[in-house]
Design a protein around this ligand. Structure first.
Ligand SMILES: Cc1ncc(COP(=O)(O)O)c(C=O)c1O
Length: 378
């Protein structure tokens, strides 16, 4: 290969994330025709293994969207919110706001319920909003990547269902690193993508759709084309994508899922992520002046957030990022809009540690040690 100017950094950001050598290598597997019999050799096991990672059975169908998680999220809005209905968008951070924006720009009648950054969904607040707005559909973020909060999906969805609404869940930064709770929560559609806890490059949105959602979608008008769940399912039932897929990524997804399901094991993978969350929490306690940012009891298994002392400003975190680059790492200096808002309010900045996908405790330990030294000397 001719020389490139690219650095081979280890990505500890919140997606895209580190891709292990075996998966890079899988990108060299043969290209194929997406309407040829070779396609099903990849996508049939991919669909079956995705259900194993999601821990769902025959009551759910899998759709693979070209694009990324946002394409699946937008399809949920276009196909599952009718024009005469109200969608309540529950936000605990930037990605909850993002789902809300999708409802707004698609012209859906909407309401928004927001919680303070770092806090999880408060069930009493959710219930009050359900009573006030009487939505038919509610969107929720399972894992809020900007704040490192994992909501209790089962409890939130139970409440949403009690009030007669359908729950659409954004599981983009959790899927592959922790249980989806799709069956226990009764979520109608759960969306995710490849470049986070699945440890792959970006390129597909992935959705799990319940029978209830399929029946509802049939009644909704103007579902678009690539955002039409029914059109997508017509192809998914044949283990195909609606439009031409990225063959390189499909090969990598096949290999990665075989490894997750048959080598590491789904439960072991979830346990590994929980260990990394606990490692970061223990590490924060060794850092004078630093504190966990996310609410206790709701801290994510895939992304941790750290509240800095006042002297470690957003600008200084960018210097830390450059120092970490010198050590071969890509550090995450925090979600930019969140840090701007926090600093404008006179509050300390927050940085993130992405520990998702194929990052292991053995990789995280030296990363945290290096980061500690850099933070202390900054
Ligand atoms: C929680 C969450 N939702 C949605 C998105 C958007 O997903 P994608 O970039 O795969 O379209 C992201 C991306 O970071 C995310 O973290």
């Amino acid at each position: 290969m001719s020389q490139t100017p690219f650095a081979d950094l280890k990505l500890f950001i919140t997606g895209p994330t580190y891709v292990r050598p075996e998966i890079r290598q899988a990108g060299l597997l043969p290209e194929f025709g997406h309407r040829d019999s070779e396609n099903a050799k990849r996508f049939k096991p991919i669909m079956a293994n995705l259900k194993k990672v999601a821990q769902v059975g025959d009551d759910h169908q899998v759709i693979i969207f070209n694009g990324s998680g946002s394409n699946a999220l937008e399809a949920s809005i276009r196909s599952l919110v009718a024009d005469n209905e109200t969608v309540l968008n529950v936000s605990v951070g930037a990605f909850g706001d993002f789902y809300h924006k999708m409802a707004v720009v698609n012209g859906k009648k909407n309401a928004q319920l927001k919680f303070e950054p770092g806090r999880a969904i408060d069930l009493a607040g959710l219930e009050a909003a359900l009573v006030e707005h009487k939505p038919q559909v509610v969107t929720v973020t399972h894992n809020e990547t900007s704040t490192g909060v994992t909501n209790d999906m089962t409890a939130a969805c139970a409440l949403i269902r009690k009030h007669g609404a359908m729950a659409l869940v954004d599981g983009v930064s959790l899927f592959g690193g922790a249980p989806t709770c799709i069956v226990a929560s009764g979520a109608a559609m759960y969306s995710t993508s490849t470049q986070k806890s699945l440890g792959l490059p970006a390129g597909f949105g992935i959705a799990f759709v319940s029978k209830e959602a399929v029946e509802k979608a049939k009644t909704v008008k103007n579902r678009g084309l690539t955002t039409d769940l029914i059109g997508q399912l017509g192809r998914a039932e044949k283990n195909q994508t609606l439009t031409t897929p990225n063959c390189t990524l499909a090969n990598q997804l096949y290999v990665q899922l075989e490894d997750i399901v048959n080598k590491e094991g789904v439960e072991n993978r979830f346990a590994r992520h929980a260990v990394m969350r606990d490692m970061v929490q223990a590490w924060i306690l060794t850092l004078p002046g630093y504190e966990p940012f996310a609410q206790e009891g709701f801290r994510s298994a895939t992304v941790s957030t750290v509240k800095c002392p006042m002297a470690m400003t957003g600008a200084k975190l960018k210097e830390v990022k450059e120092a970490m680059r010198g050590h071969g790492y890509l550090f995450d200096p925090g979600y930019a809009k969140l840090n701007t808002a926090l600093e404008e309010a006179g509050k300390p900045a927050v940085f993130r540690v992405g520990h998702m996908g194929d990052i292991t405790p053995d990789m995280l330990a030296p990363y945290l040690e290096t980061l500690k030294a850099v933070l202390i000397s900054a």
